[in-house]
Design a protein around this ligand. Structure first.
Ligand SMILES: Nc1ncnc2c1ncn2[C@@H]1O[C@H](COP(=O)(O)OP(=O)(O)OP(=O)(O)O)[C@@H](O)[C@H]1O
Ligand SMILES: [Mg+2]
Length: 287
């Protein structure tokens, strides 16, 4: 089957923007907001943009209902469970074995919670924290499809993300939930530059809500993602990311814009982290 890919800028341009071992969290403001679909398509687009020596991983951390493998038609040989039970003695080979090949996307690997949902009763997302350094260390970018329950473990995972993509839909409850998430991020003192809003499923009849959505969150960049029911449904049935199946459609173009914004944020974050460690070093030397 021929898999088309999105129109994209030259790989070298994107590569210059890459922060090694970067972690990008995708969080749905509400259930069903489109977080997993976006995580799949964002990671597929990043895998396309970055050169082969900068691999991208998608980590589906939804222990109860891991969906990413279905969307990628991936039947994982090993799951996140293998990593969680060996969390304190993780060898790179074991992490590699749990990174499943995605046929439709050469530079992308998938790590997923067990598809039978068994991890939900045996493991807690807090356990992920121990494994994350080993998981992220062998990828240039890891896209983390986050569970949505706000608790201490989620905060610790969010702390580790350089960028958080918060998925909002143009409906009253999603807009209200987004306000609550942003208040929580504010309490956690996350800089505005760490957060990107992805306004999903736009173009419906709810124009008033779309206007409200854009005007409510003016502090944050909002990437507009159109409603693409038909192409997403067909992609999910075939198990190919929509951005690979329909690379020229408005959905793929909007995910490309989100990917470029994400890479830009990672580049800025890397530059700031580099500046801070340089300042700390030079102040230390001066003492
Ligand atoms: N831009 C879009 N246009 C049309 N349909 C979409 C769009 N984004 C997602 N969907 C559809 O919405 C449904 C929910 O998407 P998805 O499973 O990605 O949401 P989620 O936020 O991960 O849900 P959950 O809370 O269960 O984890 C799916 O059927 C998906 O195909
Ligand atoms: Mg999901």
């Amino acid at each position: 089957m021929k898999v088309l890919m999105p129109l994209s800028p030259p790989k070298e341009t994107a590569a210059r923007a890459v922060m090694h071992n970067a972690l990008v969290g995708i969080l749905g403001s509400k259930g069903g907001a489109g977080a997993t679909t976006l995580a799949v398509n964002l990671s597929a687009t990043l895998a396309r943009l970055l050169p082969d020596e900068n691999p991208v991983s998608l980590l589906d951390a939804n222990f109860q209902q891991p969906d990413a493998a279905l969307q990628l038609d991936c039947r994982p040989e090993h799951s996140l469970t293998e990593l969680l039970i060996r969390a304190h003695t993780l060898e790179p080979q074991i992490v590699d074995a749990c990174k499943n090949v995605v046929d439709s996307c050469q530079n992308l690997r998938l790590i997923t919670a067990a598809l039978d949902g068994s991890a939900a009763t045996r493991h807690d997302k807090g356990e992920l924290l121990t494994c994350l350094p080993a998981i992220t260390s062998s990828s240039s970018v890891t896209v983390l499809d986050l569970p949505r329950t706000l608790d201490k473990s989620l905060v610790m995972l969010l702390d580790l993300c350089q960028v958080i993509v918060l998925v909002v839909e143009p409906n009253i409850s999603s807009i209200a939930a987004t306000r609550r998430w942003l208040e929580a991020f504010n309490d956690l003192e996350y800089p505005a530059g760490k957060i990107i809003l992805a306004a999903n499923r736009l173009g419906s009849k709810a124009r008033l809500l779309e206007t409200q959505l854009s005007s409510s969150f003016s502090l944050y960049p909002v990437v507009r993602i159109p409603n693409a029911f038909k192409s997403i449904e067909a992609s999910q049935i075939e198990g190919i990311p929509s951005v690979c199946r329909n690379p020229r459609d408005p959905y793929a173009k909007s995910v490309l814009a989100l990917s470029q914004e994400t890479l830009l944020r990672l580049k800025v974050e890397a530059a700031e982290a580099g500046y801070q460690s340089h300042t700390a070093r030079t102040t230390g030397e001066a003492r």
